[in-house]
Design a protein around this ligand. Structure first.
Ligand code: F6P
Length: 325
């Protein structure tokens, strides 16, 4: 390979910038040219790309978001969109692509790469959702979880001062990873996850017991993708049965995606970016670089997407109720 394009796609995640920096500098170090693509697949279709040099990625390690910008791009799902993207890549002499993103990004990358195998593709898991197989952690998950913890600790202060019950919605359309980690870290009384159905009756029983045990405040974390109808429906259902508490709802929303990447995400981004370029140089394609037992290993994009092993740690799930009595 001689020329690599790099893009970020889907929801942004803290750690994407350190990863872009590592991709650019590792490629340059190895004598390759690098092109930055703006706004993910949209930039491929619209030919919105620029040559990058060592200084293009100066002083970005500490920045949240992504200097390349990102987008969710529907036209790239169509054959026509892919053909236009391919044409633009070929015109520029690009023969390898690093895509940093989550499952939507990888689905696009895999389809594209099967259609146009002469462009090598390497995925980097970048999503706060931590829901890809082949990497114990995805870029941004650590920072996002820390951001959530900081917010919930503050809510706990006021909940405790007022003897209130809070329902807090955290991100994760299909993933309870942030909810579970943040919940354990903040001593949540209950955590509602997409991966594990919690009956409202059980939640009510749990909260009533807490009140009997003289708990001054209670916090229930509800992941976006929980199947009980959303945080407001859960709060309403509980309100009908639990009258000892004043109930409040907080939706943390997109603040969870921003902020300076943690040390963990800066290192992970650097490692994954470095490994992605080295894997391409070694002739790999249609793979994802990931962290497994503190080693960087390759997984096929297919496995990263389809191997839906249950990713939440069993001991964490088990301890939620036990540690919050
Ligand atoms: O995939 C990351 C994520 O932050 C999910 O947790 C969330 O459901 C979704 O993106 C929100 O996407 P958008 O910013 O496009 O509304």
């Amino acid at each position: 390979i001689s020329k690599i394009a790099v893009l970020t796609s889907g929801g942004d995640a803290p750690g994407m910038n350190p990863c872009i920096r590592a991709v650019v500098r590792t490629a340059l170090y190895n004598g390759l040219e690098v092109v930055g693509v703006r706004q993910g697949y949209k930039g491929l279709i619209e030919n919105d790309m620029y040559d990058m040099n060592k200084r293009s990625v100066s002083n970005i390690l500490n920045l949240g978001g992504t200097i390349l910008k990102t987008a969710r791009c529907l036209p790239f799902k169509e054959d026509e969109g892919m053909a236009t993207a391919y044409k633009h890549l070929k015109e520029r002499g690009i023969d390898a692509l690093v895509v940093i993103g989550g499952d939507g990004t990888f689905t696009g990358a895999l389809r594209f790469s099967k259609k146009y195998p002469d462009i090598a593709v390497m995925g980097v898991p970048g999503t706060i959702d931590n829901d890809l197989c082949g990497s114990t952690y995805t870029l941004g998950f650590d920072t996002a979880t820390n951001t959530v913890i900081e917010a919930i600790d503050k809510i706990r202060d006021t909940a405790d001062a007022h003897d209130r019950l809070f329902f807090i919605e955290v991100m994760g359309r299909d993933s309870g990873a942030i909810a579970l980690r943040a919940g354990i870290s903040c001593g949540a009384e209950a955590i509602l996850l997409p991966e594990k159905q919690t009956a409202i009756e059980d939640l009510i029983k749990n909260l009533k017991e807490g009140h009997m045990n003289k708990k001054s405040s209670s916090i229930v974390i509800v992941a976006e993708g929980d199947k009980n109808g959303g945080v407001y429906d859960v709060a309403k259902a509980v309100q009908k049965e639990v009258n000892n508490y004043d109930i409040k709802v907080t939706i943390l929303g997109h603040l969870q995606r921003g902020g300076s990447p943690s040390s963990f995400d800066r290192i992970l981004g650097s490692r994954l970016g470095f490994a992605a370029v080295n894997a391409l140089i070694a002739g790999e394609t249609q793979k994802m670089v990931g962290l497994q037992a503190n080693h960087i290993l390759l997984t096929s994009l297919e496995d990263a997407l389809n191997n839906h092993e249950f990713k939440l740690e069993a001991d964490l799930l088990q301890m939620v109720d036990i540690l919050s009595i």
